[in-house]
Design a protein around this ligand. Structure first.
Ligand code: OOG
Ligand code: MG
Length: 262
């Protein structure tokens, strides 16, 4: 850790306020060039603690930057994780108010709900597959709190990996009834196809993204409890949205998910 505890706390407050006020701010590494990944996760976990202390529940986790398309879009080269708070959840088909966000983008994801806890280093794809209760399609609405959606790795991790909202929909299925590598998706904006992909875009298999998160959490002595919802990361690049837009995710075997922006 390069930063003192008091600096971690003040950066958490700064980034959480940027989120709550929907106000873009300069990325934190400009002022703290020595910030490392341990500092970044410490800031993210402090934002999480602040929300919990105000009565919010953490209902899940997300893996981020798990596909080449995503890494290329934002110019970073390694995966990350973030947390999902209760108020991030948006109903399928519901409207999201643009003015509450900075510059949202939508990305297509495969999500899992766990029936067993996953904890400790050495987690691998087989332990993840054994722990999945069901698979459900998701759209994540990301919203970097940084000006122009520009950041480096420690800055985005401190900003909860741009987590903002998410929508679950379609239908759930058992993992053994799907081929998660070849599961195809189409992301449409206003009825026009924007991007296309398949599950293998996510670290070769979406379950590998969960193992990545478990192995990162193990460094802090934490894990994913049974019942955790986990988003495995954008399969394709994310699409920018404005008021009036409608985004639909069509999947091969899991139905569709919809969201509108007003
Ligand atoms: C970081 C968040 C990445 C994903 O699915 O790749 C993410 C960003 O792109 O701003 O959620
Ligand atoms: Mg995502």
């Amino acid at each position: 850790m390069a930063l003192e505890a008091s600096v971690i706390a003040s950066l958490a407050e700064y980034l959480e306020n940027a989120e709550l006020n929907a106000q873009a701010v300069p990325q934190i590494s400009l002022k703290y060039p020595g910030i490392d990944m341990d500092d970044a996760y410490a800031i993210q976990h402090e934002i999480r603690r602040r929300k919990e202390s105000r009565g919010h529940k953490i209902i899940g986790m997300k893996a981020g930057l798990t596909s080449r398309a995503k890494m290329k879009q934002v110019g970073v080269d390694s995966p990350s994780y973030g947390f999902l708070a209760d108020y991030f959840a948006v109903d399928d088909g519901a409207a999201v108010e643009i003015k509450k966000l900075v510059h949202p983008r939508v990305e297509p994801e495969i999500a899992f709900v766990l029936k067993r806890e996953l904890i400790g280093a050495g987690c691998h794809i087989a332990s993840v597959l054994a722990a999945i209760d069901f698979v459900v399609p998701a759209m994540e609405i990301i919203d970097s709190r940084y000006e122009n959606f520009k950041f480096d790795m420690p800055s985005v991790v401190a900003d909860n990996s741009s987590s903002s909202r998410f929508v679950l929909g379609g239908r759930s299925k058992l993992v053994e009834d799907l081929d998660l590598r070849t599961l195809g998706i189409v992301l449409e904006k206003n009825g026009v196809p924007f991007s296309f992909g398949a599950g293998a875009a996510v670290l070769g298999h979406p379950a590998a993204a969960v193992a990545m998160v478990v192995n990162l959490l193990a460094k802090r002595g934490e894990g994913l409890p049974a019942g955790t919802l986990i988003l495995t990361g954008g399969i394709t690049e994310a699409v920018s949205v404005a008021a009036g837009d409608h985004v639909q995710l069509r999947t091969q075997n899991l139905g569709s998910v919809n969201v509108r922006f007003v």
